[in-house]
Design a protein around this ligand. Structure first.
Ligand SMILES: O=P(O)(O)OC[C@H]1O[C@H](O[C@H]2O[C@H](CO)[C@@H](O)[C@H](O)[C@H]2O)[C@H](O)[C@@H](O)[C@@H]1O
Length: 470
């Protein structure tokens, strides 16, 4: 009814005897008649406000290309360059694929009328070039092409169905489908102990937050149990034990002051100390931190608009924390901040990474993976290639360690491959082959190893310092 009223209003205003600007056809239109309309129309507009995959623009293009018979019927000379002019709503399914079309927002009436004006008054050459684009797309993306591409997508999506186990975890916005390799399994104490006992040049890398101290723990300092188990492990001369953390060197050296033989990598390896007796080494990278002047104001912007968030300034990095913000809002802001920082820092020698409730900007090349590589390479260079490597971590930054420890240990030409245990905390997609459920499991496992060390070394009673060993 509304369409009839509008048609009448336009025709009453702009028509005259013998001319009706709008012809409303409200009946079934047979295929051949529709084809004739499309073939004849100089412009086609499809300005749906909602749409699935509207085929009318494609049909219009094909009809405008026509056939020699249609050309003859239309009275056009052979070799005539065809034209098609399309105005499509940006909400239609075909809008992204028809690059020669004029795109409009159908709610913007003035933009639609301007587009129609442009379409009709466009020079013939432009109409021809646009049509060539349209027709090239339609003729190369035919039904066989679509069927093939759907099949390829389905095959790709199902590629790992039989080699992975999938299940859903979490609720609401946190719902995720996990797809894990069947070889990903829980690290059993009995299994690792066998390898531990038969080896004598061991490297052990432990992440801090979420690995030896629970992410939810209010005191962030290590418990007496953690200090004691690390000391027991460090006192075995066959062990090289490292805490590899994103935290700063001041907190870590204060917290582990009682662990003399413990190696510490702070700020993801920007600082490295081989034991409590040695000095901190700094990663030799360009000491230019001018990027902090760019990153900090952006972080401040997000801190002002995200209640509960704050900025941590480390020597080599800047970290935006949102642990105390609203969980959903904090995550959305973190994603946006990450994009924002990546854009403004695109030309700086830094990387922007997400971690547990943090967005961190740090120098390129500073990774926990570098720490593992450095320690293992040094052991190899000193003629003490590792025969046992254990690495436990819960976060994305620990994935770098899992990758590099395997590459370094397997990549070197060692006489025999070391026993490698890359272990993540919590079941999730990871480069690690093993998982433990939580920090309680981690400490239980470390305790088991420490007990195994004690039972053997008590008979020999030799104490070799870490420096002597490496
Ligand atoms: O490598 P890690 O030992 O896992 O350390 C990573 C980050 O640890 C710290 O952040 C974590 O603790 C904060 C509370 O103290 C918490 O707000 C945050 O959500 C945790 O990720 C540290 O402040 C960061 O600099 C480290 O990168």
């Amino acid at each position: 009814m509304e369409t009839y009223t509008i048609t009448k209003r336009i025709n009453d205003t702009f028509g005259f005897p013998g001319y009706e600007p709008v012809v409303l056809i409200d009946r079934h239109v047979p295929f051949c008649e529709k084809t004739a309309y499309y073939a004849f129309a100089e412009c086609c507009i499809v300005n749906a406000v909602r749409d699935g995959m509207n085929l009318i623009p494609y049909k219009y293009i094909v009809c405008r290309q026509g056939t020699p018979k249609m050309d003859e019927a239309l009275g056009v000379a052979p070799g005539w360059r065809h034209t098609s002019t399309l105005v499509v709503s940006e909400f239609t399914g075909c809008s992204p694929s028809l690059s020669g079309a004029i795109r409009v927002n159908p709610w913007d009436i003035e933009a639609v009328s301007n587009a129609l004006n442009v379409a009709i008054n466009m020079p013939d050459l432009e109409k021809q070039l646009r049509h060539e684009k349209h027709y090239r797309y339609v003729s190369s993306h035919d039904i066989a092409y679509w069927a093939c591409s759907f099949m390829q997508d389905l095959t790709r999506a199902c590629e790992y169905h039989y080699s992975k186990r999938c299940w859903g975890i979490g609720f609401g916005l946190n719902f995720r489908i996990l797809s894990l390799s069947p070889s990903f399994r829980k690290l059993s104490n009995d299994y690792i102990i066998t390898a531990y006992k038969r080896t004598s040049k061991r490297a052990i890398f432990l992440d801090y937050d979420g690995t030896v101290v629970a992410q939810t723990s209010i005191p962030k300092t290590p418990s007496p149990e953690v200090i004691s188990v690390l000391n027991n492990l460090c006192s075995d001369p066959r062990n090289n034990v490292f805490i590899v953390s994103g935290r700063g060197k001041k907190s870590l050296s204060d917290w582990f002051a009682q662990c003399e033989n413990l190696g510490i990598a702070a700020e993801h390896g920007y600082f490295l100390r081989w034991s409590g007796m040695s000095d901190w080494e700094t990663r030799s990278l360009a000491a230019d931190f001018d990027w902090k002047n760019t990153a900090k104001p952006v972080m401040k912007l997000y801190t002002e608009t995200t209640d509960g968030s704050y900025i941590e300034t480390k020597e080599s990095a800047l970290v935006w924390h949102h642990e105390d913000a609203d969980p959903d809002f904090g995550s959305c802001q973190a994603k946006e901040l990450l994009d924002h920082l990546e854009n403004v820092l695109a030309n700086d020698p830094v990387v922007v990474k997400r971690g547990q409730n943090i967005v961190e900007v740090k120098p390129q090349g500073v990774t926990k993976g570098f720490v593992a590589e450095k320690v293992l390479s040094l052991m190899i260079a000193n003629g003490k290639p590792p025969d046992f490597v254990l690495c436990i971590g819960d976060d994305r930054s620990d994935e770098d360690m899992f990758e590099s420890m395997s590459n370094t240990a397997y990549g070197s030409s060692l006489a025999s491959a070391p026993a490698i245990f890359a272990c993540t905390v919590g079941q999730k997609p990871s480069k690690a082959r093993y998982y433990l459920d939580d920090t309680v499991d981690v400490l239980a496992l470390l305790q088991c190893l420490a007990d195994a060390s004690k039972s053997k070394s008590s008979s020999t009673e030799t104490q070799v310092s870490f420096d002597n060993f490496v």
